[in-house]
Design a protein around this ligand. Structure first.
Ligand code: 9MR
Length: 453
């Protein structure tokens, strides 16, 4: 190696020595590196205007920094002000909203994509654009009724809820006001005011009304649970209740769930030991169907239960009930509270096959599809919305494929996501229905339509 090359080999060491010397010279002067800042923001859509984005600067770090917004609409950077920024996005398109935060250490950026689709209502929540399909469910489904649930308070309030029922659905079910605890709150005193409001709304608007549910252990009034009379008096009371109720709505209510959820979930799925079974015996179901049949021979009578797809053993127990009722029962109500990832199509198909092979009518009676069964999401992501859409399509396709004679209705259990019983039941966020909180159609709506193709 030449002397020249050797010089370059030791040059870095020499420079290091010099720089250490310099630091030693600077001893006593404390140099604080600038604190790192992390740009971060959250965005949501205004609840009063779906074209307005609310931007909340959540930058973390200490010390002085400057925050500027690039709203992605071509204007110059805007200095962030205290509080929440409100920005309008009027035109369809995809925008990159950026928050640029600068301090002595440099600059960091947070960026989010905003999709605006005015036919879907404005800014698409979490980038998930709703359905823009203008096809109407009840018109698209030419061989069966498409249903949803309602309440007297929503009927009386009118507005978007009733408009949607009238425009899009061809059958309605009362969510809770046509159950015994509501219609027969104390002995000898029936209260049909809420039920009447719902039934009259259906009749006046040419919407089919499905009655739900005459006998359900979970909606039995206290005075019935704690009945003080004899078993014979109890049975006469139930007969009077069923006869009075079915007769009242004869010609108006096309079908009734006569008995709901009579089966235990545990091994063997025996009959629940409800007050009805205790006082009327194992054949209480048959008696109830007979009284309903006698009161309105033209009304379709259903047995309704859950987990019909997910539990083959419960399904078998349900079909045993159906078989034991013979001609007294017209159809099976399979509730269809399911998730985006299960039960499988083959298990759903088995519910349809078992019903069809018995020559009975099938009602998919309480359809909702959880997008967040494991509580692993805080927002409905595009992926999950599409997976939910695919499951809606699958369910509708299976229903639509059964023979015409076995068809009746497919009822969705709720209009808007935020109205679903599932939120309270599971205690965490989910988006199980076809409309978001603002009545915008979700991809699930497209899934329903695609299932009909
Ligand atoms: O969604 C209904 C909820 O609002 C009522 O409080 C509850 C009791 O009446 O019933 C819910 O609906 C149930 C349906 O009647 C039967 N299958 C299970 C449904 C969810 O609990």
């Amino acid at each position: 190696m030449t002397k020249f090359l050797r010089f370059f080999k030791i040059l870095p060491l020499f420079l290091l020595f010099i720089s250490c010397e310099k630091e030693e010279e600077a001893e006593g002067v404390i140099v604080i590196p600038p604190t790192k800042i992390q740009a971060k923001f959250e965005m949501s859509i205004s609840s009063t205007d779906q074209n307005v984005l609310l931007l909340d600067n959540k930058t973390t770090g200490t010390g002085d920094f400057t925050s500027e917004w690039d709203f992605g609409q071509g204007g110059s950077l805007v200095l962030d002000q205290p509080g929440i920024e409100e920005v309008r996005f009027d035109n369809d398109g995809t925008y990159s909203v950026r928050l640029i935060v600068t301090n002595a250490a440099g600059l960091t950026v947070d960026e989010k994509t905003v999709i605006v689709d005015n036919t879907a209502g404005g800014i698409c929540p979490n980038g998930v654009c709703g359905s823009t399909n203008s096809a109407i469910l009840k018109d698209a489904a030419t061989t069966f009724l498409v249903g949803n649930i309602t309440r007297a308070s929503r009927i009386n309030a009118g507005g978007q809820h009733t408009d949607l029922l009238k425009s899009t659905f061809s059958t309605i079910t009362s969510e809770y006001e046509m159950k015994m605890d509501q219609m027969y709150p104390s002995e000898g005193n029936y209260n049909f005011s809420a039920a009447d409001a719902i039934v009259n709304f259906g009749v006046n608007n040419g919407i089919n009304v499905h009655g739900h549910a005459l006998i359900w252990h979970n909606a039995t009034p206290d005075w019935v649970e704690n009945y003080s009379g004899t078993d014979a008096e109890f049975e006469a009371m139930v007969k009077d209740y069923i006869t009075t109720t079915v007769t009242r709505y004869k010609g108006k209510v096309a079908s009734w769930d006569v008995v709901n959820e009579a089966l235990e979930d545990g091994s063997g799925h025996p009959l629940r030991n409800s007050v009805f079974r205790q006082k009327m015996g194992d054949d209480y179901i048959k008696k109830c169907f007979q009284w309903a049949r006698d009161a309105d021979p033209d009304c379709l009578l259903f047995y309704n239960d859950y987990n019909m797809a997910s539990s083959p053993t419960k399904r078998a127990a349900m079909f045993n009930i159906v078989d034991s009722l013979g001609d007294l029962i017209d159809g099976v109500g399979a509730q269809m509270h399911i998730s985006y990832n299960g039960p499988s199509a083959s298990n759903i198909q088995a519910v349809a096959d078992g019903t069809v092979s018995r020559g009975k009518i099938l009602h998919f009676s309480e359809l909702d599809i959880r997008a967040n069964p494991n509580n692993d999401q805080t927002v409905l992501t595009g992926d999950r919305a599409n997976a939910q859409k695919a499951k809606f399509k699958e369910v509708v396709k299976i229903y639509n494929s059964i023979p015409l004679d076995n068809k009746y209705a497919l009822t969705v259990w709720g209009v808007r996501d935020n109205e679903s019983w599932l939120l309270n039941f599971w205690g965490h966020i989910d988006w199980p229905l076809m409309y978001d909180d603002n009545y915008n159609k979700k991809p699930a709506y497209d899934g329903f339509l695609e299932g009909l193709e």
